[in-house]
Design a protein around this ligand. Sequence first.
Ligand code: HEC
Ligand code: HEC
Length: 334
Amino acid sequence: MSTRERRPTRAGFAPLWLAAAGLAAAGCDDLRECDPPDPERQAELPAALSQTGLYADIAAGTVASDVVAYAPGFELWSDGAEKHRFIRLPNGAQIDTSAQDAWQFPDGTRLWKEFRRDGVLVETRLLAKVGPAPEDWAAVAYVWNADGTDALATPGGAEDARGTPHDVPAAAECMGCHGGTESRVLGFSAIQLAASPGAVDLDEIAARGMLSHPPRRPIGLPGDAVAQAALGWLHANCSHCHNRTRPSSDGARCYDPQRRFDFTLRVDEIASVESTATYRTAVGTVIRPGDPDDSDAVERARRRDPDWPSMPPLGTEIVDQDGLAALRAWIRRL
Ligand code: HEC
Ligand code: HEC
């Protein structure tokens, strides 16, 4: 089910919470609108998943030999969907990792993320680098057919896809999250791969020669398990929108909250919990030390309600109870 239709955002129909936050008056009623994706870039995307290079044999589920499966250390919560992720670089090409927190992927790179909900194979998303500039990405979701033999590009998205409660985002919405960072790729990064639970972690990716500048020292998150769980959860679920390095855009606001605080974990800012952007910008603003129930970050994440601006504002309809518990536990101890 979708909550989108019940949230009119056009001038004159601004919901109460926008008015209450003073945002409607400031002319920010297009917060939830995104520009349509660039047609020339989107034209580079094949119509069927079988044509994207992910599979050697799609019906058998055999992934192509030049495709690498990986998992990020901290997952985006997608209402309990089971997800699998893959990357393919053009032959011999490397990721430009000279800026360790803003990896730039070579033209021709493809990344996929597959979603299963309640055991049903629902969709596979594709991010494709279709040019040399940082913004040259095309993105779309492919919705699977009933017998699992192929999936078709669905730029308009789909509600309750394949008989599950899972909504497939429209292509315009992809950049609401992915457009929030210089890299555009969110889970295949130094921080996320260093914490990867799988065999294909940062060291393995470096050993395969995929990085122009392999990390010189091990990358570890600061603090104990409680702090790491909370910082990692905020990074994976909130930082793509809430960060101070978001690329600016001339168009619609498209979920840009405009940089008041920053939940990003960066390689150069993890010497201690206190040196993280989350601690420096959110503790004392939306995180009240010792008091999770009086913290805006918790208040926004603890419910899903069409009349309340819950966080994240898209991609979820069920509260992430484990993530929320991790956040509360850390705040209680601060
Ligand atoms: C609510 C924010 C959000 C939206 C909307 C969203 N994504 Fe993502 N996506 C993420 C995050 C965060 C990750 C990394 C964490 C993970 O994989 O669990 C990710 C991962 C991916 C990946 C793996 C590569 C990477 O960036 O880590 C692909 C491919 C992808 N998304 C494609 C898409 C496409 C295509 C759409 C639109 C149809 C889309 N996404 C919409 C947040 C989002
Ligand atoms: C898809 C982008 C997006 C994601 C992901 C997202 N937010 Fe937001 N957030 C916004 C936007 C846009 C606003 C401003 C509009 C509003 O207040 O609802 C906002 C506002 C907020 C506010 C109030 C603003 C303020 O300055 O006090 C808090 C607190 C917040 N978000 C916390 C979170 C937390 C915690 C997460 C992760 C669980 C999260 N957000 C994930 C886009 C996002």
